[in-house]
Design a protein around this ligand. Structure first.
Ligand code: EPU
Length: 418
């Protein structure tokens, strides 16, 4: 953690081209997957962000050798692990730490990790992960501060997930790659990061089909080998930059902004009056007129991502009329509304719904980033505000966005890190 802050002078129109970094969440998912083999694995397009560093700390504590080959390219080798227990003081740093469980359990028959940390955005249970391991034949219990799972070899089975959890699906999918027999995950998460992880696992010798849909079939194999895998672009960063263009009445080319990963956002932006065009290299986002209020709900993929719910609400503070934003994934992801109101936004909450009235001029004041996406939302508000916005606790933003301030500056924003 640092005491760094962003100072943003609002009112500058964004213009130009910007490239989206490698996907934050896919980065931590694929790092965990490299634990499934003793061979070298190469990951490309890895963003230089806090959550990747946290995940690497955990893996190095397990005994993984990590080498930075060139910017964005890592070589990992887990041929000689010294423990199957994730140290709690590191695991509490991020939610994805629990993803070491599936690979370690599958490969070594034993894994332990404490309930992981992550953003304060609601209850984040682990029942889907734990009951899934148990259905695959593991003995799962709580020992001290950790969950411990043991099984000499997992057995393939049919698993129904109560909720299509992203990390839950990935933990079970990775565990099942080395199980005896076939596993079918029903009601699996369909996020592009799940499909991309399956693609990497298949390149390592796994037999997975259906990933990216809601039923995934995994035929267990005896072992997996090394691979080289390029991370998909970060669809949440792309969406955030698209909203930055829209809120500043700008025109921005978002290279590696994959339209096929952003249907819901593109749909909502167009409905509110923003022009979004698919180009050869990504997306062109342009706003030339007033914004209209729209209703939106954050739901599992392919719906509007919960990680873009706060940024979308900020945009709608500038739209004519009343917008209803329903958060249907996490039960406490509207905390940013308090900060936004300090800037003059007319937003009220009712349960997990934000009701945004607009357009309201935003005013630069001092606000606090409460988590990664809430922080991004405040940056967007700062870009549109009159005067100077000061955002503290920006270490949250640094966990998830690579050089966000530099990228925005390259588009004409006046943003400084102090
Ligand atoms: N849930 C359960 N039982 C479980 C697990 C989850 O009921 O065992 C519920 C949660 O309570 C929540 C919902 O499922 O209501 C969604 O949680 P999910 O498990 O899908 O989220 P996650 O896998 O922990 C990942 C991303 C999040 C992203 C969500 C939803 C990573 C590292 N994190 O979290 O990303 O918001 O999926 O798409 O991949 C972020 O990037 O800022 C972030 C929070």
């Amino acid at each position: 953690m640092t005491s760094e802050r962003f100072l943003i002078e609002g009112g500058h129109r964004l213009q130009g081209a910007v490239r989206v970094s490698g996907n934050k969440n896919a980065a931590v998912h694929t790092l965990a997957a490299t634990l499934l083999t003793s061979d070298d694995c190469y990951l490309e397009n890895v963003p230089d962000i806090g959550d990747v560093r946290f995940m690497l700390d955990i893996m190095q504590a397990l005994g993984t050798k990590v080498e930075r080959i060139s910017p964005g390219v890592l070589r990992l080798n887990s041929g000689d692990l010294r423990t199957f227990i994730a140290p709690s003081e590191l695991a509490i740093n991020l939610r994805a730490s629990f993803l070491v469980m599936g690979p370690l359990l599958a490969r070594f028959g034993e894994a332990a990790c404490c309930p992981p940390g992550g953003d304060i955005i609601g209850l984040r249970p682990l029942d889907v992960h734990l009951s899934g391991f148990a259905i695959l034949g593991a003995d799962v219990r709580r020992e001290g501060d950790k969950f411990v799972a043991r099984a000499p070899r997992l057995r393939g089975s049919r698993v129904f997930m109560d909720y299509p959890s992203v990390l839950g699906t990935q933990n079970l999918m990775m565990a099942a790659t080395l199980a005896e027999g076939t596993t079918v995950i029903v009601n699996a998460a369909a996020e592009p990061e799940v499909a991309s992880l399956a693609e990497m696992l298949n390149a390592m010798g796994a037999r997975i089909c259906g990933a990216g849909g809601h039923t995934i079939q995994i035929e267990g194999v005896r072992s997996l080998h090394g691979t080289s895998h390029r991370l998909i672009p970060d669809r949440i960063e792309a969406g955030t930059l698209a909203i930055a263009a829209a809120i500043t009445e700008g025109e921005v080319d978002i290279e590696e902004g994959l339209a096929s990963h952003l249907d819901a956002l593109i749909w909502k932006l167009r409905e509110s009056g923003v022009e979004v065009e698919e180009t050869e290299v990504g997306l062109r986002v342009r706003r030339r007129g007033p914004l209209r209020a729209v209703n939106a709900q954050a739901v599992p993929y392919p719906g509007l991502p919960t990680d873009l719910q706060a940024p979308m609400s900020v945009l709608l503070t500038q739209a004519q009329g009343v917008s209803f934003i329903y958060e249907r994934v996490f039960d406490n992801r509207l905390l940013y509304v308090g900060e936004l109101r300090k800037m003059g936004a007319e937003v009220v909450t009712s349960g997990t719904t934000a009701i945004v009235s607009g357009p309201t001029p935003l005013i630069g004041v001092s606000v606090r980033a409460l988590d990664i996406r809430a922080g991004a939302a405040l940056v967007l508000a700062g870009l549109a505000a009159q005067g100077l916005t000061e955002i503290s606790d920006i270490y949250h933003l640094d966990r998830g966005y690579e050089a966000l301030d530099q990228k925005l500056r390259s588009l004409g924003a006046v943003i400084q890190r102090v």
